[in-house]
Structures are given as structure tokens and as C-alpha cells.
Design a protein around this ligand. Sequence first.
Ligand code: FES
Length: 87
Amino acid sequence: MRNWLSSLFNRETLMREERLHLLAGTLPSQAVALSGGIVCACFSVGKNKIINAIREQRLASVEAVGQCLKAGTDCGSCLPEIKAILR
Ligand code: FES
């Protein structure tokens, strides 16, 4: 959500659908698809971002993912999903 919101600040005008999602506090389906779905709600980290970090930076543990993206470093409820992605 954060990435989508911050991307709107660079634009002069917003489309009708974007304004509606802003008012409703929801993500447009394209943003959800790009993120692959949020895995870590505490830091708004999506599945695709985690997968890309694991591949590009050769991360091999939940601790390494946490150091890189902060995912899993607050409440910890996303740790099982991060472990599953690592597998
Ligand atoms: S949901 Fe990931 S640390 Fe809370």
C-alpha cells in the first residue's frame, strides 16, 4: 500500500479509479498483483518483493530477509510465510 501511495505523489493528476481507492483505503488490483499480495503487514512487504530480494541478494534465512526488508522483524506473524517462501 505504501509503495502505491507514494507513487501517487509524483503524478499531477489521478485517474477516477485511483481516487476511489484512495477514499476507500484499498489497493487497486494492479498494485496487489504487482506485490504478489502482502506477506508482512507490519511493513507492507509483498511476496514478490521478498522473492526478488531472496534471488538477487541470495538471502538464505528469515533473519537475512528481515535485515534486508524489515519483513518479519516486528510482530513475527509473517515468519511462517517467509520461511515457506525461502523453501
Ligand atoms: S506481519 Fe511481518 S512482522 Fe508483523
